[in-house]
Each structure stands twice: as structure tokens, then as C-alpha cells.
Design a protein around this ligand. Structure first.
Ligand SMILES: Cc1cc2nc3c(=O)[nH]c(=O)nc-3n(C[C@H](O)[C@H](O)[C@H](O)COP(=O)(O)OP(=O)(O)OC[C@H]3O[C@@H](n4cnc5c(N)ncnc54)[C@H](O)[C@@H]3O)c2cc1C
Length: 467
């Protein structure tokens, strides 16, 4: 790889080649998985280039195309599956400094790719608006990183996931060709690059819908039995008149053992429902909670300043923050991503809870999916061996609960276990040399690979990066 030649071509751009910093910017939260930690720990790029506008992105892509250097885009590097890790080395394209909020109108906002989600809201809130969805990494994640790597988050109980049409309005995308093109994607075309891990284009502008902003109230409801928490959450999730932003359940003893800063409100036997509710919906929520004999353990609207001191916002107990808090207390745990069957999701959860007990303590995120309330799981796994982890995956799948495997770095194995033909076709068009984020799309790397077999895909470039 002609890195010296590339540096010459990119003169004037912000380039980092200090190996320690380059390695740091070549990592994400892959270490959540003991499997990915083993496979990817050595991975590093050769250079980090930080463009500040679209013209600089085009310059980098053109130069890398000419020299055959791989490019892996990076927002804030909070992805969980090695998504932003450069398996073949080359350039990490750090978009963190290309980050302005460009325009705000009623119902919509246009931002640059590296704009931090919380910063977008800081600018839209004075006009009474906020973004519909955000991951629990709201305070650090970038707009394009969320769209290229994420799936949903707080707000999904009302609005569904990122892939539901209408939750992203437009994307500008630069292709990886001799003369990079700038494409404006809308409607179904957005799916070409959404959740494609940056394998087929670089997002340089994002247009998202906005919704009414509220001073959301954080509520923790406690139950002496996990299934009571799940049934309560399912009940309130299905109330059409109740405006919620977040609804999760977590099984005992995880809240007490891992939510250390909230421990003063919890007992070890407490399974909890974690709720963000609009102020006008609080009273109706409390009415339901009283009827269902839920114990209200915490309410941010009445907690004293002293009680709230040092507490993270409730959304930082949810989604993948639940696992993060667990890992800080017990680095040996890991997690899974489970889809429970609809409409029998509560029965699915009950069955898995019965089978695994405390080996796989429950964590559900309630959300709308194609108009229906359902839940997906991010249960903690008390990890012992990779073989047992695979067995836990298999038992879920044998019981009709598909796993989106967070211990795999490819799009197919971590997702629907099939090729996304639209994304593959777009890659052929937009990245003919296969230089964007190599190793993440099996269908591109090895069209004959039987990824439905039990074999785990291992990208050959991993060895090259190691060597
Ligand atoms: C504690 C924790 C909690 C999390 N909670 C959630 C959650 O609630 N919901 C959720 O969906 N995810 C969650 N995640 C995963 C991750 O934080 C989010 O998906 C986040 O939005 C990623 O943003 P990022 O800027 O860090 O992206 P990165 O990690 O930098 O990148 C993500 C992917 O997008 C690609 N990419 C980045 N920028 C571009 C671009 N401009 N053009 C093309 N491709 C690009 C990267 O190559 C990579 O494949 C969580 C992770 C952690 C560690």
C-alpha cells in the first residue's frame, strides 16, 4: 500500500499517522464481545484522515481509489460489532470534524455526517423540536454513524426503527470511484446505504424529521418478579393515549448489581421497567402503575437535587448501556440481541426466561415495528465459553427467537443472515474496487460463501492486517 504517496496527495488535509492514535481511532466497542475481542484486537489503520467538508471527502476518496487504498468511515466509533474497524488497514476516514447543523425547519433538520445527536437537539430545542430517535449513545454518537451502523433507540416505542420509511428523509452520498459522484438519496433509495456499515458510500449530509420536544420524565417501576415487569411494560406500550419515549425492562439482580449510581433506589430483588414519559402522560401512567401494583422506585420530576446528583439520565441505563454498566462491574459478561416472535413476544420472553434463568438475565426494549408494539431483547449473558454462547444462540433460534448475533462483524451474520441484494447492487455501482470498509459484506467478499452453514466467516484481510 503506497501510504507515503497517499500522504503526498492529501497534503493540506488533516492527517494523523501516530501509530498509537491511529490504533485508538481504529477501534469501536467491539470488545463487548469476547469473540470479536479475540478476532479484532490487533486491527489498525495506517492513517486517519479528518475531512471538514464534502470537497475534502471527495479528495480523499479519489486519491485512495487511484492508489487502491481501503477507506473505512468513522463517526464517533461507538458501534458494537467492529463495524468501524479497518480490517484491511488503509485509511480511517474520521468524520467527527465535519459536524455542523446546517438548517432547521418545521419538522426537519439537515446536518453534516459527524454532527453529534445531542448537539442537534441542543440546536432544535429552542424551537420546540427534537429528533425522533436516538441511540442510548445520544451524547457521543454521530448522525451518519447512527444511520450507517445503528438500528433504533429511545423514541422507537413511538416511531419504530431507523429503517421504517419516514424516519430518515434524505442522504447525500459520495461514491468511491475514479471520479467520485455525489448522489442525493430519498425514499426507498435510502435503504441502499442505511445500516450498510459504510461499505458502499460515504454519507456527507443527513436530513431527519423532527418531532415535538418534551421535558421527558424518567420513571423506574419495580416488581418482585421479572415477568410482572414484562407484562406491565407490554400493557403500557399498547396504550394509544400514553406518550412514551423509552420503555425497557431489566431482570433482577441486574439493576441493583450494575446500575451503581441508581442503587440507592433499588433492592436486589427488583426487576424494573425503565420509562421516559411526557409530562402530560405521567398521571395516566401512574394510574396504570397503581392498578398493576407496580412500585414506583424513582421519578425524576420529584427527586431532590441531592438525590439526582451524579445520576446518569435514564436512557443511559437502556439499550446497550445496560450491558456497558454490567461490563464495568463484571468484565466477563456479554450479551445477545434477540427478536421475540410477534404477537406472542411475551410468551417467547417467558419461555427463554424459564430455560436460562440467571445465566441470561432478561433485558427488553419495547418498540413499534410496522405499526405493532413488540419487543426485542438485549439480555445479559454470563459468559463461560464460546461453545456455550453458540449453544445459547441455537436454543433461542430453535425456539423461534432469532438472534442478531453481536459476536459477528459481517452485515449478514449480525443481521438477517441473508444478503441485502439492494446494498450489494449499490456497492457494485458505487465502490467497484471494493475499497470501502472491506470485509463487512460477505456477499461482496466471497459470492460463493455458504454463510448459512455453521461456519463462521473469517475475512482473509484480517490476517493481512495482523501481519
Ligand atoms: C453503550 C452503547 C449503547 C448503544 N446504544 C445503541 C442504541 O440504543 N441503538 C443503536 O442503534 N445503537 C446503539 N449502539 C451502537 C452505536 O452507539 C450507535 O449505532 C451509534 O449511533 C453509532 O454512531 P457512531 O457515530 O459512533 O458510529 P461509528 O461507530 O463511528 O460507525 C458506525 C458504522 O457507520 C459507518 N459510518 C460512520 N460514518 C459514516 C458515514 N459518514 N458514511 C458512511 N458510513 C459511516 C462506520 O463505518 C460503521 O460501520 C450503542 C453502543 C454502545 C457502546
Amino acid at each position: 500500500m503506497d501510504i507515503a504517496g497517499l500522504k503526498r496527495e492529501l497534503e493540506g488535509l488533516k492527517i494523523e499517522d501516530n501509530p498509537a492514535i491511529v490504533k485508538q481511532k481504529s477501534r469501536d466497542f467491539f470488545w463487548y464481545s469476547p469473540v470479536l475481542k479475540r478476532q479484532l484486537d490487533h486491527v489498525t489503520a495506517d492513517l486517519v484522515v479528518s475531512p471538514r467538508d464534502e470537497a475534502e471527502v471527495i479528495r480523499v476518496l479519489k486519491a485512495c481509489y487511484g492508489l487502491g487504498v481501503p477507506v473505512t468511515p468513522r463517526g464517533s466509533g461507538t458501534g458494537n460489532y467492529g463495524q468501524a474497524m479497518p480490517l484491511s488497514g488503509g485509511v480511517v476516514l474520521n468524520l467527527a470534524e465535519f459536524n455542523r447543523v446546517k438548517s432547521i425547519a418545521r419538522g426537519r433538520v439537515v446536518v453534516e455526517p459527524g454532527a453529534i445527536l445531542a448537539e442537534i437537539d441542543r440546536q432544535t430545542r429552542p424551537g420546540g423540536q427534537e429528533i425522533r430517535l436516538h441511540p442510548s449513545t445520544y451524547n457521543t454518537a454521530s448522525a451518519a454513524g447512527f444511520i450507517a451502523g445503528g438500528s433504533g433507540g429511545c423514541g422507537s416505542i413511538r416511531w419504530g426503527g431507523l429503517r421504517n420509511i419516514g424516519n430518515v428523509l434524505g442522504l447525500r452520498v459520495v461514491t468511491m470511484e475514479e471520479e467520485p459522484r455525489v448522489l442525493q438519496l430519498k425514499g426507498r433509495d435510502l435503504m441502499k446505504v442505511m445500516h450498510a456499515y459504510g461499505t458502499n458510500g460515504i454519507v456527507t449530509e443527513v436530513e431527519m424529521p423532527l418531532t415535538a420536544a418534551y421535558d421527558w420524565v424518567d420513571v423506574i417501576a419495580g416488581f418482585d418478579n421479572y415477568m410482572k415487569a414484562v407484562r406491565f411494560a407490554n400493557l403500557i406500550a399498547n396504550q394509544d393515549g400514553l406518550l412514551l419515549k423509552e420503555l425497557a425492562t431489566v431482570a433482577a439482580p441486574v439493576p441493583y448489581d450494575y446500575f451503581l449510581r441508581h442503587r440507592k433506589f433499588l433492592k436486589r430483588k427488583d426487576s424494573v421497567a425503565l420509562i421516559m414519559v411526557a409530562p402530560h402522560a405521567l398521571e395516566p401512567l401512574l394510574t396504570l402503575a397503581a392498578e398493576e401494583k407496580a412500585e414506583i422506585l424513582f421519578r425524576s420530576d420529584i427527586a431532590t437535587a441531592e438525590e439526582k446528583k451524579g445520576l446518569p439520565p435514564l436512557f443511559e441505563l437502556t439499550w446497550n448501556h445496560t450491558t456497558l454498566r454490567g461490563l464495568r462491574v463484571d468484565p466477563t459478561i456479554t450479551y445477545l440481541q434477540v427478536l421475540y416472535p410477534f404477537p406472542s413476544h411475551v410468551e417467547g420472553v417467558e419461555k427463554m426466561t424459564r430455560i436460562f434463568g440467571d445465566e441470561v438475565p432478561g433485558h427488553l426494549e419495547f418498540q413499534r415495528f410496522d405499526g405493532n408494539v413488540c419487543c426485542s431483547g438485549l439480555p445479559i449473558v454470563r459468559f463461560t465459553t464460546e461453545e456455550r454462547l453458540d449453544e445459547i444462540v441455537r436454543i433461542h433460534e430453535d425456539n423461534g427467537c432469532p438472534i442478531f448475533n453481536p459476536h459477528r462483524y459481517t452485515l449478514e451474520e449480525g443481521g438477517m443472515k441473508r444478503t441485502d441484494a439492494v446494498q450489494l447492487a449499490f456497492k457494485r455501482d458505487a465502490d467497484p474496487k471494493g475499497l470501502l470498509n472491506p470485509g463487512k459484506m460477505i456477499a461482496w467478499e466471497d459470492p460463493d460463501y455458504d454463510w448459512r452453514s455453521d461456519k463462521v466467516y473469517l475475512f482473509p484481510g484480517l490476517q493481512a492486517a495482523a501481519g
